[in-house]
Write a protein that binds this ligand. Structure first.
Ligand code: NAG
Ligand code: NAG
Ligand code: NAG
Length: 203
């Protein structure tokens, strides 16, 4: 009994010593994105969107994998998002233009999507802010992605504080037990076929 009380007390004491970060600091864009830091596979851990219907749509996905590939010396990066719905994997390839810690999707006028990477203390996470403007929705999204499927409590707390700063609703938490989809190469015909349909869903 005594041991339990002592632990709680210690936790509370140490918690009160670390000054909470201000919203200004919490939603600050990364000063710089390390080259190649973004490359490879990321899993969506949690997401929150200001557009209610899109937030509901996120709940229907069993897992979301994101691949970034810096294919050339240019600032163009290929971004592929793979959504799992049960046994189905939906492949969404895009080109994005990077500039510092911000990027935009190269999709002409179909929709406007500008992204920014925000600072985070989690070493193998990225926090992505998306500002989306399309015929279907105007939305501010904040996605927490990681090389891990599940994060520490304090890492989740930091993300939730970021959501509060941006007045975003509580996040949709992805189920870490649901499998990620395997990577598909964009030369596979399935990718081209789903492209048209999914552009509409994405935006
Ligand atoms: C892409 O690769 C080039 C060459 O290695 C590098 O200069 C650039 O910073 C990279 N871009 C990103 C976004 O990682
Ligand atoms: C990305 O850009 C490359 C080179 O311009 C192009 O071949 C490819 O079709 C583009 N992919 C998408 C999904 O727009
Ligand atoms: C994207 O932005 C451009 C320039 O501001 C605008 O002309 C276009 O209509 C926008 N597209 C959508 C789908 O909102």
């Amino acid at each position: 009994m005594f041991a339990v009380c002592a632990t709680v007390l210690l936790y509370l004491t140490s918690g009160s010593h670390s000054a909470p970060l201000s919203c200004e600091e919490l939603v600050r864009p990364l000063d710089q994105l390390e080259p190649h830091h973004l490359e490879g596979r990321w899993a969506l851990v949690a997401g929150s969107l200001s557009h209610p219907a899109s937030l509901d749509a996120l709940k229907l996905r069993d897992s979301i994998t994101m691949y970034f590939l810096n294919s050339s010396e240019t600032s163009t990066t290929s971004y592929t998002q793979i959504n799992r719905f049960g046994d189905l994997c939906q492949n969404l390839p895009y080109n994005i233009s990077m500039k510092g810690s911000t990027f935009s999707f190269d999709v002409g006028n179909r929709f406007n999507l500008t992204g920014t990477f925000l600072q985070t203390s989690c070493p193998d996470c990225m926090v992505m802010r998306w500002d989306v403007e399309s015929k279907r929705r105007v939305s501010l999204d904040l996605y927490l992605i990681s090389r891990r499927r599940e994060l520490e409590l304090k890492e989740m707390e930091e993300y939730k504080a970021q959501l509060e700063c941006l007045n975003l609703p509580p996040p949709v938490m992805m189920d870490p037990t649901k499998e990620l989809c395997p990577e598909q190469t964009s030369s596979e015909p399935a990718a081209a076929q789903t492209q048209e349909k999914t552009d509409k869903q994405q935006a």
